[in-house]
Write a protein that binds this ligand. Structure first.
Ligand code: CA
Length: 227
């Protein structure tokens, strides 16, 4: 028994996936195709996709936003969790990678739930704000270039409704964030981001050691007490 989060052995991880993950055939097909790519490490783990789908259902999300789509696994997990009239706005810069996602979203019959917008994410987020979409999203997933996280978070938090949820990926960065000494640009950006989030009284916060580390920040409703 442990009162710290367990280190998962390979054996225990296989068990966790066997007993705790129900991946749809559409998600499995997309995961397998992506696994053959050289950048496959950018795909989230199946248990993380299922965890986020659970959160989306629990908060009754109808409008989701994603910064960083890659080949579309997290977008498909989100689309599966949304109600039929729910929508995900997915932001990415890569036509090549998102084309894989588009094909799988269509095969799953969920393409109409996903509004993919190609271009620099900060510009796309600002465009949503300019269109009057502040306080309108229920769930935001940030999983893009790490040096852009702080800006995506600030713009995204404006787009989120009070009580809405931000999920930020790779916050443990394979352990590098806690290693001694200076890190590379991505590591330093994540350290600064994690420091700022830890002190951010606009949100409730928990850092979950799933996948490469997932921080959950719930946008506080006006009048709620801070820590
Ligand atoms: Ca990631």
């Amino acid at each position: 028994m442990s009162n710290q989060t367990l280190q998962l052995t390979d054996e225990l991880y296989v068990y966790l996936k066997a007993k705790g993950v129900r991946e749809s055939s559409a998600l499995a097909a997309l995961r397998e195709e992506t696994a053959a790519l050289p950048m496959s490490m950018m795909q989230i783990a199946p248990e993380q996709g299922q965890f986020m789908a659970m959160l989306i259902k629990l908060i009754g999300a109808r409008r989701c936003l994603e910064v960083g789509t890659f080949t579309g696994y997290s977008a498909l997990a989100c689309a599966e969790a949304l109600p039929a009239d729910g929508r995900l706005v997915a932001l990415d810069i890569s036509e090549e990678w998102t084309a894989i996602g588009r094909r799988h979203w269509a095969a799953a019959g969920l393409a109409d739930r996903i509004d993919l917008r190609l271009g620099p994410a900060a510009e796309s987020l600002q465009a949503l704000l300019d269109d009057g979409e502040a306080d309108s999203f229920d769930f935001l997933f940030i999983d893009a270039d790490k040096t852009g996280y702080a800006q995506y978070y600030e713009l995204g938090l404006e787009l989120l409704r009070p009580g809405g949820l931000v999920a930020v990926d790779n916050v443990l960065w394979d352990g590098a964030v806690a290693a001694p000494g200076p890190g590379d640009d991505d590591t330093e950006a994540l350290r600064r981001f994690n420091d700022a989030l830890a002190a951010d009284q606009r949100v409730d916060l928990v850092m979950v050691p799933i996948g490469d580390g997932l921080s959950l920040a719930r946008k506080r409703v006006a009048g709620e007490s801070s820590d």
